[in-house]
Write a protein that binds this ligand. Structure first.
Ligand code: GDP
Ligand code: ZN
Length: 348
């Protein structure tokens, strides 16, 4: 039998299997459609505001939220997805029929270490740090690289500005300067002390969020929950309302939710998103997320330069001349050295 024949036969088999799959999924869809007792309204744009396993909550253009099935042939929907959907006219569920291509996807590993999307169309990542717990540029770098690699614009938020004292001011200023020099915005704010001295910080943050879909990330204890509460005084109430509407009660607290901010902009929040980090990357990818180091890497004398000890290394020379931050370069090495370790830990 010629190779060509075999290929044709294989192709035929594959087509047959695919046809069977389509038929099965159409059958499932027909069953789903039959489930939808009430009539459906016209297709319209909507936004996924929460996700509960087999169903999603959709916010329509009129702001009304409704629980929906989704078509079996759709890829996995996540909070932040823009969709086309048909609302239920009666008390039943609506149906999501199509998904608009995403501009960005936040992923994190599931229990098996496989990367899964958790939020879509996020365009601003607020990396929160504070005078306490003591911040580290290495941790901030990890978040910044993660944002850059996800195609999401990062901004730093120095929360607990009320805890800045003569003792920690110099170190915090030096830390912020590293990032200001790289044109990363640094917003000083206080989530809990909203007196006149710090009120401007929250207002600046609020304005920065307007027009964007944002996430808060950062170490535990830096004040992410407090900031969300300060920006969204009715957050708890909003969460309860969501639970009632969805009829799914307390599950809402663990899954990602999209919240509309009163001063404009959307916030996607969940415990998993707040722990967002660097996953499944190699050293080269890490370097490409360092906006200051990456452009230099092509200028080393040796093409396979490790940037650690070679003569004519553009990175080492730039750090020595002060053109780039030695601290950033050191962080890059330290993070690179832990990449394998991270991967091992994830699978244990
Ligand atoms: P998260 O783990 O990042 O969500 O941090 P939380 O919002 O739970 O805050 C951790 C602790 O820091 C809590 O005791 C907050 O009251 C406190 N906190 C949060 N924001 C501020 C702030 O702006 N100033 C001060 N002094 N304490 C804050
Ligand atoms: Zn080099």
């Amino acid at each position: 039998m010629s190779k060509r024949n075999l290929n044709r036969r294989q192709r035929w088999r594959i087509e047959k299997i695919q046809a069977e799959r389509v038929a099965r999924s159409q059958k499932r869809q027909a069953e789903l459609d039959a489930d939808v007792a009430s009539e459906l309204g016209d297709a319209q744009p909507g936004l996924v505001t929460a996700h509960y396993g087999r169903k999603v909550e959709i916010s329509g253009t009129d702001g009304v939220r409704q629980r929906c099935h989704f078509r079996a042939n759709l890829e996995q929907l996540v909070v932040g997805d823009q969709v086309l959907w048909q609302p239920a006219k009666g008390p039943g569920d609506g149906v999501v029929t199509a998904i608009v291509p995403r501009t960005s996807v936040l992923k994190r590993p599931d229990n098996y270490g496989k990367l899964k999307p958790v939020a879509a169309n996020v365009d601003l990542m607020l990396i929160v740090f504070a005078p306490a717990p003591t911040p580290s540029s290495q941790l901030l770098d990890r978040y910044l690289v993660a944002a850059e690699l996800s195609g999401i614009r990062p901004a730093l938020v120095l929360n607990k500005a009320d805890l800045i004292t003569d003792d920690n001011r110099a170190a915090l200023t030096a830390l912020c300067d590293i990032y200001r020099k790289l044109d990363y915005p640094v917003i000083e704010a206080s989530a809990t002390d909203t007196g006149t001295a710090h009120a401007a910080g929250l207002a600046t943050l609020s304005a920065a969020l307007d027009g964007h879909t944002s996430v808060f990330v950062g170490q535990s204890g830096v004040g992410k929950s407090s900031l969300v509460n300060a920006l969204l005084p009715d957050a708890d109430i909003a969460t309860n309302v969501l639970s009632d509407v969805s009829g799914l009660g307390q599950h809402t607290t663990t899954t990602a939710q999209l919240l509309h901010l009163p001063a404009g902009g959307d916030l996607i929040d969940s415990p998993g998103i707040r722990e967002f980090g660097l996953w499944h990357i190699g050293e080269e990818e890490l370097l490409s997320g360092y906006v200051d180091l990456a452009p230099l890497a092509g200028h080393c004398r040796f093409r396979n330069c490790s940037h650690r000890h070679e003569p004519g290394c553009a990175l080492i020379e730039a750090a020595e001349s002060g053109a780039i931050s030695q601290e950033r370069l050191d962080n890059f090495f330290r993070i690179a050295d832990t990449l394998d370790e991270d991967a091992r830990q994830r699978y244990e």
